[in-house]
Design a protein around this ligand. Sequence first.
Ligand code: IPM
Ligand code: MG
Length: 354
Amino acid sequence: MKIAVLPGDGIGPEIIVQAVKVLEALRSDGLKIELEYAHIGGAGCDAAGDPLPEATLKLAQASDAVLLGAVGGYQYDALPRPMRPEQGLLRIRKGLGLFANLRPALVYPELVNASSLKPELVSGLDIMILRELTGDIYFGQPRGIRTLENGERQGFDTMLYSESEIRRVAHVGFQIAMKRNKKVCSVDKANVLDTSMFWREIVTNVAKEYPAVELSHMYVDNAAMQLVRAPKQFDVILTGNIFGDILSDEAAMLTGSIGMLPSASLDANNKGLYEPCHGSAPDIAGKDIANPLATILSVAMMMRYTFAREDIAQRIEGAVRKVLQQGLRTGDIYEAGMQKIGTAAMGDAVVRSL
Ligand code: IPM
Ligand code: MG
């Protein structure tokens, strides 16, 4: 298992250290794991003047999987857009062809009270958000800021999906649903956007190849509402890049903390980049208070999707569950009566229970 490790910025390095502890524990159990490190985001700018240095992309291309911390920091906010840390993330997704972004929103029984929603609404919740990750308004051309003939300035982006892009991510969605509760809800804005009308047409078409899966469609505004009204109605949510960006943050809060949410971004051959859904949280960086569980759970997803080791994935997830059962909590998921611990102690606890 050749894994590229990209700690990035902010809390990235400290949460990655915890995930690496887990990988090293697995290695001492006999798994052949090779780790190689590279810079991305602000760290890439500092080290090589580029949020995605060529060496980093090369290493990622030569690896089976990529483990990423987070990118971004106040000191980079004023940089011109091509130099912004987020560009490193967008370019590595595009550069590796990682079009299928899996963001599971799972409520652990131990954390039902950490959610801002009533326990009965979220207890037992298990949703998979599948976000298309390399198309849409994120990458559509033309885009920019221009001055019209009358002197008025204008900002513009292009929302755009080609048929093959919709088709391949839809297939992934139906295949995931086949292994779950066989329901796909495709989310769009087909009442307003032509791109969405087309999305709906293609998804409906692909659905014919999966007669066992029940397909429904929902407008994104309604989906945002349904997610906080009755989230358990969903199984797989299939959606485009921008809607998926927004809905996955919303879904994260159902689980109690975005610090619990892992993600997998896969190409057509299950090569993947694994990262927590949360950002670099520069305000708490270096304080040993960040929750490393999303990153550790991302390692579990890596074992499941890239290395087809469901057994190891479940072993890691089981270890996390046990730590929660022991009452150990980082600050973001803390509640009275529990034991508050820091980032490193949480990593150690997971390794112990592993
Ligand atoms: C995410 C993030 C990124 C995105 C940013 C940091 C570019 O919000 O992974 O959801 O918009 O995709
Ligand atoms: Mg986001």
